[in-house]
Design a protein around this ligand. Structure first.
Ligand code: ASP
Length: 438
């Protein structure tokens, strides 16, 4: 018998109907022994997430503005859930304590963590699984970074004594025992840590989409779902904006070699996307795994004759960026040219000075600035050793009438990045998708 860790996101626990689906999913497989819930999320597009409301209460309390009204919305949502599920659980004392602690000036982290805490109490009562507070198994160092070693040991030790448990997501404990949350969306990390600590067979991440799609459905009509993807491919696509998991959730499972299965609570029979270390060979017609892109970049192109022989040119250039606290994303180079691809937000109020200093320090023949650029990554393990992929991408862009301003093939050989003008962004993605899929 294997062990499965099932993490349920905010929409999966947004109300009693959703929580019933969670119950059915957990009961359908006896191996789903550890359950990690988020706080209730939005029930509709105009609804609020409990976590946001909790942060709001904290902010109000800090500014000495009454927060009772917002708090009663939170309390009402939980009480409705408990009632609709017919549980005998009495949340009133918990809600009272939380309210008092907020008014007495508790931390934002503690306040926000109560969303998951209360979800955990409800699921534990519903499933008959033990409730384990993550402050007893997930630990941060005094510098607020995760203590992975201690966490892994404690998760393993504690859970070996508990056959089945519900562990709220999103938080753990500082060395002095106070609550510390991960960054937003961090219940994914909790699930990954639990999966790694118990040596799970799979980490199931239940959400409201049936896995990853090959492209953004807002750009491409009905993109195909991705059945399997490697951690590395996912990292490349996620960096370019294709998000299903918190970035930091991949590392604990990756190092333990545990696959992640993204599933849809609202459509559990859908296959979902499996994220693994080695997803095996890819068939020829599907030589790419996915396409993703990001807007709002500037490319600075620096040209200087005999740049290739000039010692220290790169260092001087990067020193200018460092002096202005600017990070760059890519730096494709030619014989006499180097381009810096930089996110626009890095250059706010700095562009003029950065260019001036590049001129002064590097004495280039020319510096050209191309604003309004977008990057598009075509990612796939199937590209390795497969000839003709670049030809297909550039052929597609040519046919689509898209001018390519920059090309960068990552050394991993699973990613070809092109820089295009923002106005061509959608067209470029559609053209590449079409050339590989249709
Ligand atoms: N509830 C937290 C948030 O909204 C954490 C999570 O759901 O993963 O960010």
């Amino acid at each position: 018998m294997g062990v499965k860790v099932a993490k349920f996101g905010g929409t999966s626990v947004a109300d009693a109907d959703q929580i019933r689906k969670v119950e059915a999913i957990v009961r359908a497989d006896n191996d789903r022994r550890y359950v990690v819930p988020s706080a209730p999320g939005k029930r509709s597009a105009t609804d609020s997430k409990i976590t946001d409301l909790l942060y709001l209460c904290h902010q109000h309390a800090q500014q000495e503005v009454p927060f009772e009204e917002v708090f009663s919305i939170i309390a009402g949502r939980y009480t409705d859930i408990v009632k609709a599920l017919g549980l005998s659980l009495d949340l009133a004392p918990h809600l009272e304590t939380i309210k008092r602690e907020i008014s007495e000036g508790t931390t934002a982290d503690y306040t926000a963590s109560r969303g998951e805490y209360l979800s955990g109490l409800i699921l534990s009562a519903l499933l008959g699984y033990e409730f384990i507070d993550p402050t007893s198994i997930i630990f941060f160092d005094s510098d607020e970074t995760l203590d992975l070693k201690k966490t892994k040991e404690r998760v393993g030790a504690l859970l070996s004594r508990h056959e089945r448990a519900v562990i709220p997501g999103f938080y753990g404990a500082m060395p002095d025992g106070t609550v510390k949350t991960f960054s937003r969306g961090g219940s994914d990390i909790t699930g990954a840590l639990i999966a790694s600590g118990v040596g799970a067979e799979v980490y199931e991440n239940w959400t409201d989409v049936s896995g990853l799609l090959m492209a953004d459905p807002a750009v491409v009509d009905n993109p195909r779902p991705i059945d399997t993807i490697t951690y590395r491919e996912l990292r490349e696509l996620a960096y370019m904006g294709a998000k299903v998991l918190h970035d930091e959730a991949i590392f604990p499972v990756k190092y333990s070699g545990i696959p992640v299965l993204i599933k849809n609570t609202n459509s559990p029979e859908d296959r979902g996307t499996l994220i693994t270390q080695d997803a095996g060979p890819i068939t020829h017609e599907k030589t790419i795994t996915g396409i993703a892109g990001k807007k709002d970049f500037t490319i600075i192109m620096i040209e200087k004759s005999l740049m290739n022989t000039e010692i220290g040119f790169g260092r001087r250039l990067l020193t200018v960026l460092e002096a202005h606290n600017v990070s760059f994303e890519h730096m494709p180079s030619g014989i006499d040219t180097i381009s810096l691809v930089i996110e626009d937000n890095q250059l706010v109020h700095k562009m003029g000075r950065v260019i001036e200093e590049i001129r002064a320090e590097c004495k280039p023949d020319s510096v050209e600035v191309y604003p309004n650029m977008a990057l598009i990554a075509t990612v796939g393990r199937g590209m390795i050793h497969t000839p003709g992929i670049a030809a297909r991408i550039f052929g597609a862009l040519y046919k689509g009438g898209v001018n390519v301003r920059m090309i960068d093939q990552g050394s991993s050989e699973i990613n070809i990045i092109v820089g295009v003008e923002t106005k061509d962004f959608e067209q470029a993605i559609r053209s590449i998708y079409k050339s590989f899929v249709e």
